[in-house]
Design a binder for this molecule. Sequence first.
Ligand code: COA
Ligand code: AMP
Length: 631
Amino acid sequence: MSLSYNELYRESIQNPEAFWAEAAERLHWYKKWDKVLDDANPPFYRWFAGGMTNTCYNALDRHVDEGRGNDTAVIYDSPVTGAKKCFTFREFRDEVALFAGALQSRGVRKGDRVIIYMPMIPEALVAMLACARIGAIHSVVFGGFASHELAVRIDDCKPKVIISASCGIEREKIVDYKRLLDFAIELAHFKPEICIIRQREQLKAPLNEERDLTWKQTLLGAEPAPCVPLESSDPLYILYTSGTTGKPKGVVRDNGGHMVALQWSMEHVYGVKPGETYWAASDVGWVVGHSYIVYAPLLNGNATIIFEGKPVGTPDPGVFWRIIEEYGVSVFFTAPTAFRAIKKEDPNASYLEKHDLSNFRTLFLAGERADPDTVKWAEEKLKVPVIDHWWQTETGWAIAANCQGIEPGPVKYGSASRPVPGYNVKVVNHEMEELKAGEMGDIVIKHPLPPGTMLTLWKADNRFTESYMSAFPGYYQTSDAGYIDEDGYVYIMSRTDDIINVAGHRLSTGAIEAELSAHPDVAESAVIGAADDLKGEVPVGFLVLKTGVDTPHGQIVKHVIEYVRENIGPVASFKKAVIVERLPKTRSGKILRSTMRRIANSQEYTMPATIDDPAILDEIKEALQSIGYAK
Ligand code: COA
Ligand code: AMP
């Protein structure tokens, strides 16, 4: 008899080792673990210590060996090029093994880092899984990041090889990935030995003969590589995410804990059975892409979809429904912003009428708060449960969700539902006192975190401890604030740091401020996240100029917008900045960003008691009104 949510949750918290050992039995191990949880060196916990496994084997070969080689594993659908292709588990395993062999023949070994900077094409997955196969550590960098961001990541993880493509396609626009890559390598202090470029017919890239190979050249004469047995805690990947400073954090994921948690989540969080088609419309450059385009569906024996398009404009707001119908998608996962984009273009969901979605069971949303209007619209139009769930790059999978494979609870709008088994979630105040139901505070997770969550930050154990494990000893600090209600439902209300969320993408206001302050005429700057109907939040900049500057203001604003686009990337969607005489600060000099945000969003605010001059807030309001905010 299956256990209730409460029973399963209790079991996971009281007896985590037995709980996760049972889940791990479903996967293949070359050698079983000596200890389920090695807790000898907190906060550096290690799951399945002493176990030997291979994530790629479990994601591909295992299904072939178990007789499912002819089932569909990967579907590529690219409305921007018109290409469509399906791969079985056997076909994909063979592609991955051959590319892995090619990497080995070029000297890539266990522990070497490989950066992958690619659009949404099958080769991106082949490259990731090939690294996993031979124990190389991949670090995928999102294509919407500019050269400077890529260079920072190259210098941090020092890749032996970078794998990229000649171009990406953003609606009608061709993005020259190779040019961005070449410039990034020029900027970086560390230089990779080899770049492997998948040439696409939309734009052929010039090659540097000393360093670059095409994808095809790389495969010439290659032999398929077998899977290399790895320690459970050997790193599978590094994924950089925004921190509060300009320097991104390299989240490190292990092999064993990650595969166990992700496979378990497919069954219990998403309620998906092997053989079904599962689709996460994200990008491999984000954690959602790592976990739910690549690893989790394949580990669970599901077909996964690589979608090279957008919710709208490729070609119309019906593309999601077309794909769900065409490939018989059972469970679909995307960000609320994608639904807001569809709702804006097709408020009556008229495109839905052309499609048969009878196979479709559940919609999952994450990446940002799912606003109740969007959830209700999706429920009404799709007539399936719409499940908000909350997680972070650091955790790699959901912290709170309405687990469809256990015992779904009622949907409460505005809540990401109850903690997922494995996560002991609490809301506390700064004195570490647990708060009562309904009281807002810091959301923290008691150690040990479940398998699949980050091991550490790449070559930065101290930063890992300081950023996440020090403020609340014995707990992981999520940097999200919110509350838990009397039914145990978690409500995520805001970040407690300077991170903003733009179209489901996580950005550091500190990194944008650094770009603004780099302008020779700018003395000081501040960036806030202002509410946006489509993207949830967009960054808005405030510039204080140096005395005596006579450059036209419009020109300065134009330049800083270009700086952010050139150095951080178009994904920041930084389009608005305004020049002010001074910034509102506390007497101790702290910029009052949250008050500025409330003014921008036309929300009530209380005059901060520590403000040095209250009149500045009127100036800020006027400045914001001049660019369409604070109405
Ligand atoms: N490579 C290169 N450039 C990229 C890119 C990529 N992979 N992804 C985005 N960009 C560029 C876009 O072309 C755009 O450039 P522009 O300023 O020249 O127009 C800019 O970055 C912003 O892109 P995006 O955030 O996608 O905004 P948009 O206005 O083009 O589309 C949405 C808006 C809502 C349709 C889009 O943001 C979306 O589909 N969001 C889904 C969110 C998601 O998948 N989140 C992942 C976490 S779950
Ligand atoms: P990322 O690491 O890019 O996945 O971003 C993680 C952050 O996005 C979280 O810390 C939250 O602030 C926010 N977030 C993600 N999912 C949700 C959700 N379902 N509800 C509210 N906020 C969310």
